[in-house]
Design a protein around this ligand. Structure first.
Ligand SMILES: O=c1[nH]c(=O)c2[nH]c(=O)[nH]c2[nH]1
Length: 305
């Protein structure tokens, strides 16, 4: 057998690089009255970096350490909203380095709320906020002249103790689930929505989307988490012309009626065992009917920032 040695040509495909988990806490001080913005930022650059990969030539490589420093330096000018902060940050790299054509910048934001003392919010003592335990997220993508903003939230925990059922599903030899017209519905909403403009009051819109999601979760009899997800997304898109598309990932956090009959006790939907796993996982995208292909925008945007 002859052993033919041939040179294999390997080429560089998609690439991006930067610094992740830059956790910046900006304290704004108005005399003794302080407030906090708490963001964990990822910066990823796109551009002409081929010679770094092919030749070990770093003359285009804006160091990840520099990217990290820029995040903290920009925080000095205030944050405002994660979306505005990331737009400013990303534009800086594109403007200042000719070979940087774009990139992806992402942030998770947690909120801090004032501790109430004698009914008044304290000046400089806080507890972790987010009324549903959620984390706010933002992703900015820049591709040349194109700017895309995706906002979102992770792990917004919601539960309703009735007005939910699940019937009418197909049965086979493996089906054991009893139909029910009255059950607990619980989930932890992760949602990401795509804006069609950067001319947005991002903080106000975030608050509004969260309110619409919560209101819609409550305001109908749910025949399945799938239906509830659709209604939540539809309500957001109907309420916000600046939002074109919303993607959800929602676990169905099952609460099974505990069998108390061995103890001679009745249990009319009062005592439940909350199963941690396995859980149903209901995911979907809701979008305007006439919206074009947005796959390129979502490419590389992580489900969890
Ligand atoms: O809302 C639900 N959707 C399902 O797809 C499903 N499947 C299941 O076992 N329970 C439920 N509940």
């Amino acid at each position: 057998m002859t052993n033919v040695q041939s040179e294999t040509t390997v080429v560089l495909g998609d690439n991006q690089y930067g610094k992740a988990e830059n956790h910046v806490v900006r304290v704004t001080k108005d005399g003794d009255r302080h407030s906090i913005e708490d963001l964990t930022v990822v910066s990823q650059l796109h551009g002409d970096f081929a010679s770094a990969y092919y030749d070990g030539n770093n003359e285009h490589v804006v160091a990840t350490d520099t990217q990290k420093n820029t995040v903290f330096a920009f925080a000095k000018d205030g944050i405002g909203s994660p979306e505005e902060f990331l737009l400013r940050l990303g534009q800086h790299f594109v403007d200042d380095f000719d070979w940087v054509s774009g990139g992806r910048w992402g942030a998770r934001q947690v909120t801090w709320e004032r501790i109430a003392v004698d009914g008044e919010g304290h000046d400089h003592s806080f507890f972790r906020g987010g009324s549903g335990g959620e984390t706010r997220t933002a992703v900015v993508k820049i591709d040349g002249e194109h700017h895309h903003v995706i906002a979102g939230l992770q792990d917004l925990s919601v539960l309703k103790t009735t007005e939910s059922g699940f019937v009418g599903y197909p049965t086979d030899q493996y089906t054991t689930l009893p139909e029910t017209t009255d059950r607990i519905l619980a989930t932890s909403v992760t949602a990401r929505w795509l804006y069609n403009t950067t001319d947005v009051d991002f903080n106000a819109t975030f608050a509004s989307v969260k309110r619409v999601l919560l209101e819609t979760f409550t305001n109908h009899y749910s025949r399945a988490l799938q239906e509830t997800q659709y209604l939540m997304g539809k309500a957001v898109i109907e309420a916000h012309p600046e939002i074109d598309e919303i993607k959800f990932s929602m676990p169905n956090l099952h609460h099974f009626v505990a069998d108390l009959s061995p103890y001679g006790l009745e249990n009319p939907n009062e005592v439940f065992w909350a199963a941690h796993s396995p859980y149903g996982l209901i995911e979907g995208t809701l979008r305007r009917e006439d919206l074009g292909d947005t796959d390129a925008i979502w490419k590389g945007v992580p489900a969890f920032v």
